[in-house]
Design a protein around this ligand. Structure first.
Ligand SMILES: NC(=O)c1ccc[n+]([C@@H]2O[C@H](COP(=O)([O-])OP(=O)(O)OC[C@H]3O[C@@H](n4cnc5c(N)ncnc54)[C@H](OP(=O)(O)O)[C@@H]3O)[C@@H](O)[C@H]2O)c1
Length: 221
């Protein structure tokens, strides 16, 4: 399949969590990050063609997904959102950067129309949930050869389980959050068997202020 090279980048606590509690915006945890760490994150954004977060992250965090801490071009924002249930005032729908909302046949035409009226491209890819096996070749055709994925845990799982992840970079937040139901880096049902796990090879690591950064390449089976 012709698909973009996929790089997941995530801020993860020492106990593997993405946020403070289920439903909490991860912006609160990210406020712990220093300028140097933000620069690291934004320098990756500046190097990729596309950037993706799941619709739930848009609804809880309202991220902009633009490049602000370093000079550089904004990547195209891609938001899988099966029923196009995205707030019309969401920051990802701003004019600062192009955005593609990816919905499914379940999305009401009325919602799609309102999003398109903002000048946003809306694709319909799939029946129930967005089907990545169809979406990724479409993105590749549109010139998105490198795609940074910034979560959340459901999207991370969806791409991981299908074997579409090439690289993972983690900003280790030097805190422990605790809590059983707090979203972790990768959610979903899990691989449940040693044979099926995603295996990685460490490529690079360094410390920025008190934050460990690790960069991993996925081992292909
Ligand atoms: N620390 C970090 O780096 C970081 C980064 C991002 C997010 N977060 C946190 O993660 C949490 C959100 O994570 P999440 O797992 O709940 O949501 P998510 O992965 O951001 O989004 C999942 C949503 O995407 C839509 N979707 C469309 N097609 C899909 C498919 N094939 N597979 C899966 N989802 C699909 C569904 O919403 P629809 O039903 O509307 O289509 C689904 O509920 C928030 O608390 C956020 O703060 C943390």
């Amino acid at each position: 399949m012709n698909r973009p090279y996929i790089l997941i980048v995530s801020e993860v606590t020492l106990d593997g969590k993405l946020t403070l509690y289920r439903g909490a915006s991860s912006k609160e945890l990210m406020s712990l990050m220093t300028e140097n760490v933000y620069k690291y994150l934004h320098s990756i954004r500046a190097q990729v063609d596309g950037i993706m977060v799941g619709c739930e992250t848009v609804r809880t965090d309202d991220p902009s997904l633009t490049v602000r801490y370093v000079p550089g071009k904004n990547p195209i924002r891609i938001i899988p959102c099966s029923t196009a249930n995205i707030p019309l005032n969401a920051s990802v729908l701003s004019k600062e950067a192009p955005t593609i909302v990816v919905s499914t046949k379940r999305a009401p035409q009325e919602r799609i129309k309102k999003i398109k009226a903002l000048g946003i491209e809306v694709l319909v890819v799939g029946e129930e949930l967005v089907e990545f096996e169809l979406l990724l070749p479409l993105l590749y055709e549109k010139g998105i050869k490198t795609l940074m994925v910034e979560g959340g845990s459901s999207i991370n799982w969806e791409l991981t389980k299908k074997g579409y992840v090439d690289e993972i970079r983690i900003i280790h937040l030097p805190v422990v959050v605790g809590g059983e139901n707090v979203p972790t880096f990768v959610g979903g049902e899990g691989f449940k068997s040693l044979k099926k796990l995603l295996y990685l090879e460490i490529k690079n690591y360094f410390v920025l202020d008190n934050f460990l950064i690790t960069e991993w390449k996925v081992k292909k089976k």
